[in-house]
Write a protein that binds this ligand. Structure first.
Ligand SMILES: *Cc1c(COP(=O)(O)O)cnc(C)c1O
Length: 358
């Protein structure tokens, strides 16, 4: 009789690990219960200590910074590039101090950061690179998958992402020297993985850690999603392209700005945004769409202006691009089952808005 395996690291979880390792080409993939958890593991693996500094964009989700604050580090916020909305690699060196330990680039909308420049700066200064690839599964940079270029990469399978398991994530361990410690940290600080692999005859407390692994039910769900990953991402890219083609005329007229096509061509169709001319115009556009039952949402409240960001972080240089674009960016609906007619309805509503307020 085969007993049901419901806790973590059963056959489904292992299947997900193998899929991620083979498809993305990383030394070790470990499922976690969220991308937030993977980032927290990364902070432990980089041995972040109180007083250390970590360079992060301000234009990102909370967890990119919070995972390091939990270890006592200070996030140092740098500006983004106006074209990709990703961390501006030219702002990184100015932000480095003797306390800097890591750079945490986040690939916005699944579009790649300038990883060559970032890895070079990290190498020259002896810093870790942790990619927040929460939005970037199967996106590429110069033919390599995002999340596999830094020393560590963090993926999310939250239901708002492309490939989902409700809550879920993965840590990609690209520096194989970190793999054994990663397994220990994930298993409450024990060497239980080596015990299950038959490498030790009992397991014990080895290091700090927590319970970072998901249950097999999450692994089973994710397995089924990963099998469909190419199909899901192809559908999302198609919707992205349709939006882009349909709204191009508004961009040509200078009424809105769209995501850069170069970045989108290697991205995974995670989200589609436009940039309005002013914050006030964005507010009116949100209301216009809302009245037509279309949900359009903003991204992000910059971390350096948030209560916790002010308390725990500091700013390096000017964050003018972050402040400007976060006030004008609007995401349009994009989901797997979205039909061409659905996209057409959103496009028509946006065009109707601009026809009335040119
Ligand atoms: C979604 C997201 C996260 C958090 O992912 P969870 O799996 O919900 O923890 C972290 N960073 C970025 C950039 C995200 O978009």
């Amino acid at each position: 009789m085969v007993s049901a395996h419901l806790s973590g690291d059963g056959p489904f979880t292992k299947q997900c690990h193998t899929w991620l390792e083979r498809t993305l080409g990383c030394a070790k993939a470990l499922l976690t219960h969220s991308c937030t958890a993977a980032l927290e593991m990364a902070a432990i693996l980089c041995d972040i200590q109180p007083g250390d500094e970590v360079i992060v964009p301000s234009f990102t989700f909370v967890s990119t910074a919070n995972a390091f604050v939990l270890r006592g580090a200070r996030p140092v916020f740098v500006d983004i590039r106006p074209d990709t909305l990703n961390m501006d690699e030219q702002q990184i060196e100015k932000a480095i101090t003797p306390k800097t330990r890591a750079i945490v680039p986040m690939h916005y909308a699944g579009g790649p950061c300038a990883m060559d420049a970032i890895m070079k700066i990290a190498d020259c200064n002896g810093l870790w690179v942790v990619e927040d690839a929460a939005q970037a599964l199967l996106s590429t940079y110069q033919g390599r998958f995002l999340g596999t270029i830094g020393h560590l990469g963090c993926l999310s399978f939250h239901e708002t992402k492309n490939i989902i398991s409700g809550e879920g994530g993965a840590l990609l361990v690209n520096d194989s020297g970190l793999a054994e410690r990663a397994e220990i940290i994930r298993e409450k600080g024990t060497n239980r993985s080596r015990f299950f692999a038959g490498e030790v005859d009992h397991y014990t407390w080895m290091d700090i850690g927590s319970s970072f692994l998901p249950s097999e039910m999450v692994g089973a769900f994710l397995c089924a999603q990963l099998e469909q990953a190419e199909k899901i991402i192809a559908a999302r890219r198609r919707i992205f392209d349709l939006y882009h083609r349909s709204l191009r005329s508004l961009e040509d007229e200078g009424l809105i700005r769209l995501a850069s096509v170069e970045n989108a061509s290697v991205a995974n169709g995670h989200l589609f945004y436009l940039i309005a001319r002013t914050t006030e115009e964005r507010t009116r556009l949100i209301e216009h769409l809302d009245a037509r039952r279309i949900l359009a949402v903003i991204h992000y409240v910059p971390l350096h202006s948030s209560p916790a960001g002010k308390k725990y972080g500091r700013v390096s240089g000017e964050l003018g691009v972050t402040e400007d674009l976060s006030g004008r960016l609007l995401r349009l609906p994009l989901y797997y089952e979205m039909s061409d007619e659905d996209v057409g309805r959103v496009v028509a509503s946006v065009k109707e808005f601009y026809a009335a307020s040119p």
